[in-house]
Write a protein that binds this ligand. Structure first.
Ligand code: FPP
Length: 238
């Protein structure tokens, strides 16, 4: 079996555990989310320095709207307060902030803010830092199917390439490494199409404690994996 020595081009992270991090300290969940936001840029920089080209972070899922109203409001406020600063920091560090998901359920003012942040560093050439916001794989796939139908694509012309081109991640490579922190081991409707052949890495570390050492541990585990994409390993039968 051959292990991969190239760094993953595309890493995706399910940033779980903010609530437990806060609860274990007797703090409100919103404090855990705030601390979670603070981890985003250092982790993006660590990935960038290790040769990763795309980092997609699950910030808010289509299912997260079902959380208590106060928590949803706190998450939306966090998005509003972090997005300008993050865009400026990305500009400084040549990272490209992008959005994967939809803005359509946000207020017009917040939509404008997010669009301006994305536009600010669209010419940056470093790692693409993709925030998955109001994102769900099933929703994304339904939207892609609708777009194909609306474009009049005939059933037999529907193929994987045309579907991929209509996903939020159009133009991005598939996910190579999917990390979930916080101890749970599930996909939670995240990048189900794009992560079809991703290596999965789970850790008990809670997202507010996630940093450079955890990035290294995940990349080390990835480097030791043998990727076969459904075929045989090079020169082997197992
Ligand atoms: C899971 O923690 C975390 C989320 C709901 C998504 C991640 C959110 C952030 C890092 C902060 C928000 C970012 C933006 C840009 C708005 P949890 O609450 O499920 O933790 P628990 O499982 O310990 O309760």
């Amino acid at each position: 079996m051959t292990a991969s020595h190239e760094p993953p081009r595309h890493v995706a992270i399910i940033m779980d555990g903010n609530g437990r991090w806060a609860r274990s300290r007797g703090l409100p969940r919103s404090v855990g989310h705030r601390r979670g936001v603070d981890r985003i840029h250092p982790v993006a920089l660590a990935c960038s320095r290790r040769g990763v080209e795309y980092l997609t972070l699950y910030a808010f899922s289509t299912e997260n709207w079902r959380r208590p109203g106060a928590e949803v409001s706190a998450l939306l406020r966090l998005l509003a307060t972090m997005i300008d600063d993050e865009a400026k920091t990305c500009l400084r560090d040549n990272l490209r902030l992008r959005l994967v998901g939809t803005l359509e359920h946000l207020s017009p003012a917040l939509q404008d803010k997010v669009r301006a942040a994305v536009a600010l560093n669209e010419h940056n050439t470093g790692l693409s830092l993709c925030l998955a916001f109001d994102y769900g794989s099933r929703d994304e796939i339904v939207r892609a199917a609708r777009a194909l139908a609306a474009d009049g694509v005939a059933p037999l012309e529907v193929d994987e390439r045309r579907m991929s081109e209509r996903l939020f991640t159009a133009g991005m490579p598939d996910v190579d490494l999917l990390i979930r922190c916080g101890g749970e081991q599930r996909m939670s409707n995240f990048l189900m199409w794009q992560a079809a052949y991703a290596e999965l890495y789970f850790t008990d570390v809670l997202w507010p404690d996630f940093g450079e050492a955890e990035v290294d541990a995940a990349l080390e585990a990835y480097a030791a994996r043998s990727r076969r994409f459904g075929g045989l390993s090079q020169g082997g039968t197992h």
